[in-house]
Design a protein around this ligand. Structure first.
Ligand SMILES: [Zn+2]
Length: 1096
């Protein structure tokens, strides 16, 4: 019996090379009863048998009809040129109706209340419930504190477009801090209550604490309070001290023993991980978690870090001041600290419950038994033992899972393990797959399931002796016993109809209506496909892709093409009966690219000519998808449809849509209808697609409203992607489109997939977010899943958890590879469990929390008024922070805002979510933009949501030109812009180059090849290629930023005080937005007020 023929060629913990042993074994086909395929899978059925070979009625060889002249609607000029190149709709604008205003009646504009100081602290170990005693407090790590009475400026109630208020007055150092142009700098806006205090009293800066007191925690460990922050001046204010992230302003620095942080949580994984096995060994034996020594990271309260609890005296009542933006937690600082502390050492996954480095930190991962954070990130790595605790904290327990994540070249793909004809070894009861946490007992003859505790027999062929520690002696030779992530070859039991799958197919379906032809899209696309078809995904060392291709063009009828290799010329077959779609040909429709190359090339040459004179403006949409799906069904394979579509499908056909865009619905209870599909037909269609393993990628080229909310239903439910190029023009947009297309066509996809997340007793997966379909409550069905897509899973308690055994997740993805191989990819992750709330707060990951919260909120807009969704988010955030304050923070005055160290960025990031286009759209954000962003975010991973909500702003001339590294980012606020500098801003979808008005002439010349600022073309999207260091550096940086993102970011050059600057400023998310979104400072004050209300 062959068990694991894939002995790793390298020692156990080297990063193994994937191997594909035994795939061609002929011994498959056994039907072991014990390895039942996932239950849901049985529901699949094979292709419909009744495929008809005879050409059905309606088929003709007539050329495409030229019909009605272009309808006026379809020709409407693109009214939003500026946004056309900017179609992703990230503009931060919106109506003035803001939560704060609605929530707080005029008498109480938020922020006008004397504000509280902000303190961020690491959680401390202390009993939750009663307030900490002083003795307990002495055991604390210091946090940062921001205290000081604050009255953030607020727009007057009811005044939607509040002028720059707090920020403007806050800095004083930037000439351009008057925001948004409409209010000249320094000009007083209409005063609100709070504004009376503004500027009246510049912040007094107390002496900064000694830097040495805050030197970084040991690197490599769980992300601990970062104490390396710049020692920004504390806010003396005479009152409650306004503290600063990462430092304490009062008590005086000397109260803090230098280095006290160092005695806190030991950072790095203990030495044992970096050497060989201890630690790992423990995991192997003894039931998971048991034999382990005290968790190195959390074993004891931070000894020695004694000072912080007792500091701030009672706040003295003072006139409210405003917060200094420098004194509140800075995303930039947190990111920098994590890079410095954790970027140099590999993240070794051998220890349960370790918080990984931030997504913004470059680090390598060594798999020693838990899945890499590239595959799974959790909101917390320490789960409350009871549901009561979890409810009290309100911290969502969720995992963001990216099962097919691409890895950096230094990290190898998961091993493929072959358990032979009996298939992967699983628990008989819960069907969990063999993993490092299963416990072998009785000399190795049986194993106890780490998920359900069931005792299982070890099949004779899998038997192995145990060593003196109880570990199998072959543990390190077997990926499934030693690694967090690996793959199993699936047997035929895991295949539809008990039949190994055929290789998948790609079908290109091209809109050839008037708009598509006129914009140049069709010609561009056909030309590109000729070469792109040589780069279809391949597996391993395969010489050519196994994927077959087919072609369809359409307007209000469909044209299928026979591109069989034996033909001299392609043949077209027209199906005009779109109400009852069928595929008019089977043989010759899906072909191998190299065999049919001549015919395909001929077809792609002819398509633009055939339709060059079309006047057909109407399109169908659902019948196109239906046709592609039927073609895959007839070919008995899974696959992907690439749809290139331009307009609202108004032609008479199933799935016909009408223009129902109505901006008057914004901020009403009916706003949710804008996000809902206008017909149920697409859900039904999507369900059929999923059953066939037909994934749909949609490229949209709209000149006006196309109802993205409805058109994206099928891509969304089939695991596909949507791309949108508003007002597409070849000359302006071809680079972005072609770049996205190339990447999309080439990316590796798992087809016809089912994902199941199993958990150990006590918690279970209860909710799922992402691009997929679910027909029951446990199985995530994905017609296709690529390496960019994530599935977010929320967990709830159904029993009490145990600190000793912790909690386990196992994500199993069954899929068909690009070569048609059926496989299971397994990711395992062990988490800690806690009885102290402080442990929860100390092991959270805010970036992941925000990813979850954004997805939760974006789904919420389908069913609830946007205001309700926003309020829910704010309330939840306040509850999370209030619970920390009540149970974990040091005693201090109610006037202080105390934030957990790991969550000190929660307010700033949450504010960015609240201000996003989906939840608070500006006047120029279209309904389609909102729907588009909504569905994009649903599948984003943590790194993508992080930069999407809080864009990266990089100054370009501050760092030496020679410097090869990326310049350090600055905070996304206008205050941080210097008019003598140039900045890049990116958020994963958009890329701006902002040029200050006083930039040196030499810089202008070097970058733009013009002699003065005024000669720079605003809106420029390509920098001239110039042979000088600055030009090379900036273009290199742009390339590097693009390479980091999954979608091409088109560059827009913005000149200071130019019209386009408004666009750019929407991304300065710490500032108050034109649509009424609060500034960071104001929002923090608001959040503090909410927390105080909860505590009182
Ligand atoms: Zn089990």
């Amino acid at each position: 019996m062959n068990v694991n023929q894939s002995a790793p060629p390298v020692p156990p913990f080297g990063q193994p090379q994937p191997v594909y042993p035994g795939y061609h074994q002929s011994s498959y086909g056994g039907q072991p009863g014990s390895t039942a395929p996932p239950t849901s899978y049985g529901a699949y059925n094979g292709p419909v048998p009744g495929y008809q070979q005879t050409p059905p009625p309606g088929v003709s060889r007539a050329p495409p009809s030229s019909e009605a002249p272009p309808a006026s609607t379809a020709q409407a000029p693109c009214g939003q040129a500026a946004y056309g190149q900017f179609g992703q709709g990230d503009v931060q604008n919106g109506p003035s109706s803001t939560v704060q205003m609605q929530r707080f009646p005029g008498s109480q504009p938020f922020g006008s209340v004397p504000l509280a100081p902000v303190v961020s602290q690491p959680a401390v170990l202390q009993p939750f419930g009663p307030p900490p005693t002083s003795a307990q407090v002495t055991g604390q790590l210091a946090g940062m504190q921001i205290s000081g009475a604050v009255a953030p400026a607020l727009p007057p109630v009811g005044l939607g477009y509040g002028p720059p208020t707090s920020l403007a007055s806050a800095s004083g150092s930037f000439p351009n801090s008057g925001l948004y142009g409409s209010y000249p700098q320094g000009q007083a806006p209409p005063l609100s209550q709070g504004q009376g205090h503004l500027g009246a009293q510049p912040p007094q800066r107390s002496a900064p604490p000694q830097a040495s007191s805050f030197t970084s925690p040991a690197s490599g460990g769980p992300r601990m309070p970062s104490m390396t922050g710049p020692l920004l001046p504390g806010q003396g204010f005479g009152g409650p001290s306004v503290s600063q992230p990462n430092h304490v302003s009062s008590p005086p620095p000397q109260a803090l023993p230098p280095g006290s942080q160092m005695t806190g949580p030991p950072g790095p994984p203990p030495p044992m991980h970096s050497s060989q096995q201890p630690g790992y060994q423990l995991q192997q034996n003894g039931s998971f978690g048991q034999a382990r020594g005290p968790q190195p990271n959390y074993g004891s309260p931070y000894p020695g870090a004694s000072t912080f609890g007792s500091q701030p005296g009672p706040p003295q009542p003072l006139p409210p001041k405003r917060l200094d933006p420098d004194a509140i937690p800075s995303p930039i600082q947190v990111i920098e600290d994590d890079r410095n502390n954790r970027g140099s050492e590999p993240f070794v996954t051998g220890v349960r419950g370790q918080v990984p480095p931030l997504v913004t930190t470059n680090f390598l991962v060594k798999d020693q038994g838990n899945a890499s954070p590239r595959y799974i990130r959790c909101t917390s790595y320490n789960i409350p033992c009871t549901s009561d605790m979890a409810k009290q904290a309100q911290v969502p327990l969720a995992a963001v899972i990216k099962p097919l994540a691409r890895l950096p070249p230094e990290e190898a793909s998961p091993y493929v393990v072959d358990h032979g004809e009996s298939g992967p070894l699983r628990c008989n009861r819960c069907k969990a797959y063999m993993c490092p946490f299963m416990q072998f007992i009785e000399g190795g003859r049986r194993f106890q399931c780490c998920f359900c505790s069931c005792i299982n027999d070890v099949p004779p062929q899998y038997f192995q002796h145990l060593d003196h520690t109880g570990k199998r002696v072959d543990a390190y030779d077997r990926p499934e016993l030693s690694l967090g992530s690996y793959e199993f070859l699936a047997t035929v039991d895991y295949c539809k109809n008990n039949k190994f799958p055929s290789p998948p197919a790609f079908i290109f379906m091209i809109d050839v209506s008037y708009n598509a032809i006129r914009s140049g899209l069709v010609r561009l696309l056909c030309e590109e496909l000729k070469s792109l078809l040589d780069f279809l995904p391949r597996e391993g060392g395969a010489e050519e892709s196994a994927i077959r291709v087919g072609f369809v063009t359409y307007n209000k009828v469909l044209h299928f093409y026979n591109v069989k290799s034996s033909l001299a010329q392609p043949q077209m077959m027209v199906v005009s009966d779109v109400a009852d779609m069928f595929v008019p040909l089977l043989d010759g429709f899906l072909v191998n690219v190299s065999e049919s190359r001549a015919v395909i090339t001929s077809l792609l040459d002819q398509i633009p000519e055939m339709f060059a004179d079309t006047r057909e403006t109407e399109t169908v949409f659902a019948p196109v998808i239906q046709a592609g799906m039927e073609a895959l069904k007839a070919a008995e394979c899974a696959g992907k449809l690439f749809l290139f579509h331009t307009s609202l499908p108004i032609a008479e056909a199933p799935g016909k849509l009408k223009n129902r865009d109505d901006r008057k619905l914004i901020n009403t209870d009916k706003e949710k209808t804008l996000f809902q599909p206008q017909t149920g037909a697409y859900q039904t269609l999507a369900k059929e697609c999923v059953a066939q393993g037909c994934c749909v990628d949609l490229f949209l080229f709209p000149n006006q409203y196309v109802d993205v909310a409805t058109l994206s239903v099928v891509p969304q439910l089939t695991g596909g992607s949507v791309y949108k190029y508003a007002c597409f023009q070849v000359e302006n947009d071809q680079e972005r489109f072609l770049s996205d297309l190339r990447r999309d066509v080439q990316k590796v996809v798992g087809f016809d997939a089912v994902m199941r997340v199993r958990t150990s007793t006590g918690i279970r997966a209860v909710d799922f977010f992402g691009a997929f379909y679910m027909s029951n409550t446990t199985d995530v069905e994905l017609a296709g899943l690529d390496g960019d897509k994530t599935v977010t899973v929320e967990f709830k308690h159904d029993d009490r958890l145990n600190e000793e055994s912790g909690a386990l997740l196992q994500c199993a993805l069954l899929y068909t590879s690009c070569a048609g191989q059926r496989r299971l990819r397994i990711h395992n992750l062990a988490l800690n469990c806690c009885t102290q709330l402080a442990d929860l707060y100390r092991n959270c990951e805010t970036d992941t929390l925000i990813n979850y919260m954004a997805k939760f909120a974006y789904r919420g807009v389908l069913n609830s008024p946007v205001k309700t969704v926003r309020d829910t988010l704010i309330t939840q955030c306040a509850q999370i922070l209030a619970c920390y304050r009540k149970n974990c923070a040091s005693p201090s005055s109610a006037g202080q805002l105390i934030l957990p160290e790991c969550m000190k960025l929660l307010p700033v990031y949450l504010n960015c979510v609240l201000k996003s286009d989906v939840l608070q759209p500006g006047a120029e954000v279209t309904t389609d933009d909102r729907a588009y962003v909504r569905q994009l975010v649903t599948s984003m991973d943590v790194a993508e949501t992080n930069v999407f909500f809080y864009p990266r702003l990089l100054p370009l001339t501050k760092s030496p030109i020679e410097s090869a590294t990326e310049p350090p980012a600055v905070r996304a606020s206008e205050e941080r812009l210097s008019n003598g500098d140039i900045y890049l801003l990116e958020n994963g979808l958009n890329l701006f180059l902002w040029v200050g008005a006083s930039v040196q002439q030499g810089v202008v010349q070097s970058l733009f090849s013009v002699s003065s600022f005024s000669q720079i073309t605003s809106g420029l999207s390509v920098l001239p290629v110039l042979d000088n260091p600055l030009s090379k550096k900036v273009r290199g940086l742009i390339d590097s930023l693009r390479a980091q993102r999954s979608r091409y970011m088109k560059l827009i050059v913005v000149k200071q005080e130019d019209k386009l600057e408004m666009l750019f400023k929407h991304f300065l998310v710490e500032d108050k937005s034109l649509s009424g979104g609060a500034s960071y400072v104001d929002f923090l004050c608001h959040m503090h007020k909410e927390i105080r209300q909860l505590l009182s």
